[in-house]
Design a protein around this ligand. Structure first.
Ligand code: AQP
Length: 344
């Protein structure tokens, strides 16, 4: 298959309650990857409206996610940072992909089943087509690497299927226009580290989530030191001491989750954490976890607040990013139109 220049793309929904799972599952990797790759980081506001949104809150949340990117260390000069709705080619390519993807593929998507719940007939068409828009987000830049949490693995697989089917269906036209044997790369998910799936602090079997009704289930990036401490202190655990080896975490989802969070925040492994804390009870471990979390997240939250107070700056970052993103997306979309046989 053709070689593609390496490019990272990832997106975060501006749906409020930006939390520790989003931070460790996505943002920390965004910052790591910018050292070795060109990166495009997007606030996916078109995805946000697949569920009901209050317009005033949505505007605030777009700025909150952008502030979280910058406060976490994403370099907005080196990388492209923008909100999705400013680059029309995302929606345009998503339509093409709606005609490439098969209904059977979308019917298998577990996120739709979870979010639509029992009232499936009343879910928006956009929620159902979410994965084809996500495929367009990535492929409109012909991105090769996508840092995400584990929950997005299935959507990434669908993105690869869409890319492959497009390349197959239009192989003659792709070759005739000088693109070799493939127009789209098959993007690789980047899912690694001890916190690819951070779980709820109230229930170790549920993902930490923005939409959980209980604020005690998650650490928000906007939480202050007292809130972080209180939430970890109240976090569900079990009566046993911590094990000395990772195998001892099996069947103990809450303990496993807190050890994983500690390891990710401390940039180490679960093995190393258990070497230090094995045999200790949770109160000692939680005290150390609180100190670590406050030291690591406190400055990020404070910087987010400072940035959010300057809406003009954030909006300027997004506008500048959108112009740079548009230049790439427009060229790729023009090539897609030629491949499809559209007149332009
Ligand atoms: N619990 C998590 N652990 C690790 N990574 C996570 N991500 C989300 N939750 C966790 C990753 O964060 C990135 C941005 O996610 P998104 O904004 O697209 O979010 P989402 O999946 O809608 O976030 P939530 O909290 O799960 O929202 P709701 O409650 O609406 O379902 C992605 O890379 C995602 O993998």
């Amino acid at each position: 298959m053709a070689q593609f220049p390496q490019l990272v793309f990832s997106g975060v929904q501006p749906t409020g309650n930006f939390h520790l799972g989003n931070y460790l599952g996505a943002l920390v990797k965004f910052v790591d990857l910018q050292r070795s790759f060109d990166c495009v980081y997007c606030v996916v506001d078109l995805h946000a409206i697949t569920m009901p949104q209050d317009p005033v809150e949505l505007t605030k949340n777009i700025r909150e996610v952008t502030a979280a990117f910058i406060a976490s260390g994403v370099d907005v000069k080196k990388n492209i940072v923008f909100n999705q709705s400013q680059v029309a080619e995302h929606a345009e390519l998503a339509w093409v992909f709606n005609c490439v993807a098969r209904i059977g593929w979308l019917n298998r998507m577990t996120q739709f089943k979870e979010k639509a719940g029992k009232d499936r007939e009343n879910a928006s068409v956009g929620l159902y087509a979410y994965p084809t828009l996500m495929a367009a987000d990535i492929l409109v830049y012909r991105a090769t690497h996508v840092p995400v949490g584990e929950d997005q693995k299935q959507h990434l697989e669908l993105t690869r299927d869409v890319a492959q089917k497009f390349n197959n269906d239009f192989s003659g036209s792709i070759a005739a226009r000088g693109h070799g044997d493939a127009f789209f790369p098959l993007p690789e998910p980047v899912i690694q580290g001890p916190a690819t799936r951070v779980m709820s602090l109230r229930d170790g079997s549920k993902k930490m989530s923005k939409s959980d009704a209980s604020d005690y289930s998650r650490i928000n990036l906007s939480d202050d030191a007292d809130q972080i401490a209180q939430k970890f202190r109240k976090a569900k655990t079990d009566p046993d001491a911590l094990p000395s080896e990772v195998a001892g975490l099996a069947g103990r989802p809450e303990a496993d989750n807190l050890v994983g969070v500690f390891a990710a925040l401390n940039e180490t492994t679960k093995e190393a954490v258990l070497r230090d804390f094995g045999g200790q009870n949770f109160s000692a471990f939680k005290a150390a976890l609180i100190d670590l979390a406050v030291a690591r997240l406190g400055p990020v939250g404070a910087e987010m607040k400072r940035l959010q107070a300057d809406a003009a700056y954030i909006d300027g970052v997004l506008r500048d990013g959108a112009q740079r993103a548009s230049a790439i997306a427009r060229a790729n979309m023009a090539a897609v139109k030629d491949i499809l046989g559209f007149i332009r």
